[in-house]
Ligand binder design. Structure first.
Ligand code: GDP
Length: 306
């Protein structure tokens, strides 16, 4: 929304969760027929990190399958000019060769900690392709890597690793604690992209891509969870020490996207990872009282299920 507004788009329509339940077909169709959007960025979803995915699999598959189906169908019936759907890098097989090319989709079993979410996301890609094939709709799909940035969800129970660690390390500093617990062994590798780069890529694809195949959106750079935790420790709480809790799951060992397709189209990310991480930590330190997820704690029940 920030980037569209900066580029001079003025007629930006949104529908918050309170205004429109995207899981309800009739409500979604009524909204589309009333507002008649021309371009749709379908970025809504029930999302979360490894703990939320493993403990709420029903929410993750039901909400996302419904949201994709209702919005894509309503976009067809209300004659939307173009729709961009966003998936996730977890759609690829757990043991896929790295970096993962778009055509590795559906070539092997999924990572079990997020399989229900991944199945819903894969269904979203196929929906866009099916509506393109049968009805000629210009519906495209982008598959972003793991994201981070200001305004993220910092709830330790449902967040992804970057906001989760920033929050935990900051809380430890405030409480005068000198031990920082990181889930898993620290050895998994992840590719992270700043949310501003993703927004830029989405607008780019909307302007320049109209193919049937989904397009990976990543940086091509990866860090281990141990390296990431060390970078956040140095920024947020340098006096403390890291401890790895290997009783917690690592999830998929590696998730690096092959970005050749989007590079060939003419797009590259621009945010340096260390600079983006520092800016995000600073944003959280400044805004932590109002940040989403603030106040929520990690319940014992959820910890036990992990
Ligand atoms: P994933 O990329 O789908 O596995 O999702 P996450 O971002 O939740 O987790 C990435 C990796 O970071 C996993 O190996 C987690 O075990 C690890 N990790 C370490 N500490 C944390 C934490 O405090 N929160 C989360 N969400 N993950 C953590």
């Amino acid at each position: 929304m920030r980037q569209l507004a900066e580029r001079g788009y003025t007629n930006l329509l949104t529908a918050s969760r309170d205004e429109l339940d995207l899981r309800r077909q009739s409500a979604v169709e009524a909204w589309f027929h009333e507002h008649r959007p021309e371009y749709v960025y379908l970025v809504a979803g029930t999302v979360g990190g490894i703990l939320a995915n493993s403990t709420r699999p029903a929410d993750f598959i039901f909400d996302n399958m419904m949201i994709h189906a209702t919005v894509v169908h309503a976009a067809w019936t209300s004659e939307v000019h173009k729709l961009l759907y966003l998936g996730s890098s977890c759609i690829y097989p757990r043991e896929a060769p790295q970096p993962m090319r778009e055509d590795y989709l559906l070539t092997g079993p999924l990572e079990p900690t997020n399989a229900p979410y991944a199945v819903a996301k894969i269904a979203g890609i196929q929906l866009c392709q099916a509506y393109r094939k049968q009805y000629g709709c210009d519906f495209i799909s982008g598959m972003p890597t793991n994201l981070y940035g200001p305004g993220d969800n910092f709830d330790p129970e449902s967040s992804h690793v970057i906001p989760g660690l920033i929050r935990k390390f900051h809380d430890a500093k405030m409480a005068g604690e000198s031990t920082l617990t990181v889930w898993g062994t620290g050895s998994p590798r992840r590719e992270f992209m700043h949310v501003d780069d993703l927004a830029d890529a989405c607008i780019f694809l909307m302007d320049h891509y109209d193919g049937d195949q989904h397009v990976n959106i990543g940086t091509g750079e990866e860090v281990t969870i141990a390296e990431l935790a060390e970078m956040i420790r140095r920024i947020v709480h340098p006096e403390a020490e890291l401890v790895f809790d290997s009783s917690k799951p690592d999830g998929t060992p590696r998730k690096l996207l092959d970005n050749s397709r989007i590079h060939a189209l003419g797009w590259r990310h621009s945010m340096d990872f260390e600079a983006g991480l520092r800016r995000t930590c600073e944003w959280y330190i400044e805004h932590h009282e109002q940040a989403p997820g603030q106040g929520a704690g990690l319940s014992d029940g959820a910890q036990d299920k992990l």
